[in-house]
Design a protein around this ligand. Structure first.
Ligand code: ADP
Ligand code: MG
Length: 272
């Protein structure tokens, strides 16, 4: 369980990124955090893993108050949080397997991680995760030989190799095509269910969020203006989050794009 209470962030520049944000994410729940550019989505995720210092409020992961941790205690707490980044920051010259194992670096003693020697149990777990994300056969490929979707799968396996208690995901589909985006979102959703992991996924694509999150939280200028089930995200709610727009048409256009992408994929598979 992750609990945010009255979380507020003001940057040194005076930019108010978050104002009194409060919500709790129970185990296994996937939250789609939506909102226009500048709404505070990345700031929220960075406050939770303390890449950014919260100005006020509280963040609890299980029994641990994260906002006051420093040094060793902070490093220990960060190991409990799996991060999946937008640019799926992999080490290009390392293999898929080595990238996944690097998720264990926080645990492996210094000299062992320097020699990149991992306990067999970690290696076995990494093989299991690579199978789970559909990359079992590619474990020995170099990261720079992979497609965008495959790289994001490695990012997911690496985050899970940490055995996290929480998953934070910042725009996982930003540079992927519609079909691959759906596959990646579906994968994140299903591993969270299997592992009973809570997750917050920042995503600007409303339709993707609605299809693959259990709950939607809408941010507008640093404040929560919607918190509910994907089915409750009405055109009025979307207008509160993003401003006025013809939402019926936006959603229809998006569905069309997706079905076209899926159709062309199906043709490739059928060899047409
Ligand atoms: P989003 O991820 O939803 O696009 P951000 O969290 O990146 O939103 O930004 C929220 C607000 O905080 C914006 O006004 C942005 O300009 C500001 N901001 C973000 N990062 C910084 C920073 N490092 N320094 C100053 N202001 C920042
Ligand atoms: Mg952002």
């Amino acid at each position: 369980m992750l609990e945010l209470e009255a979380l507020t962030k003001t940057y040194k520049t005076g930019d108010r990124a978050l104002t009194n944000v409060s919500f709790a994410v129970p185990a296994g729940q996937v939250v789609g955090l939506i909102g226009p550019s500048g709404a505070g989505k990345s700031s929220l995720i960075r406050c939770i893993n303390r890449l950014v210092e919260p100005t006020a409020g509280s963040i609890r992961l299980g029994d641990t108050e994260l906002t006051t941790l420093n040094g060793r205690a902070l490093r220990k707490a960060r190991r409990r949080i799996g991060m999946i980044f937008q640019e799926y920051a992999l080490v290009e010259r390392l293999t898929v397997m080595e990238n996944v194992l690097s998720g264990r670096l926080g645990y492996v003693a210094g000299w062992r991680s320097f020699l990149r020697r991992y306990p067999q149990a970690d290696i076995d777990q990494a093989f299991g995760l690579l199978d789970r994300v559909g990359l079992g056969e590619h474990y020995n490929k170099r990261a720079d030989e992979l497609s965008g979707g495959q790289r994001q799968r490695v990012g997911i396996a690496r985050a899970l190799e940490q055995n996290p208690e929480l998953l934070l995901v910042d725009e996982p589909t930003a540079s992927l095509d519609p079909k691959t985006s759906r596959q990646i979102m579906r994968l994140i959703q299903s591993v969270c269910r299997e592992m009973n992991l809570p997750a917050i996924i920042n995503i600007h694509d409303v339709v993707l969020a609605q299809n693959f999150a259990d709950r939607i939280i809408g941010l507008q200028a640093g404040q929560v203006v919607f918190d509910g089930a994907p089915s409750e995200l009405s055109h009025q709610a979307l207008t509160r989050i993003y401003g006025a727009e013809d939402w019926a048409q936006v959603q229809q256009t998006n569905e069309l794009q997706v079905s076209e992408a899926e159709l062309s994929e199906a043709k490739v598979l059928e060899g047409l």
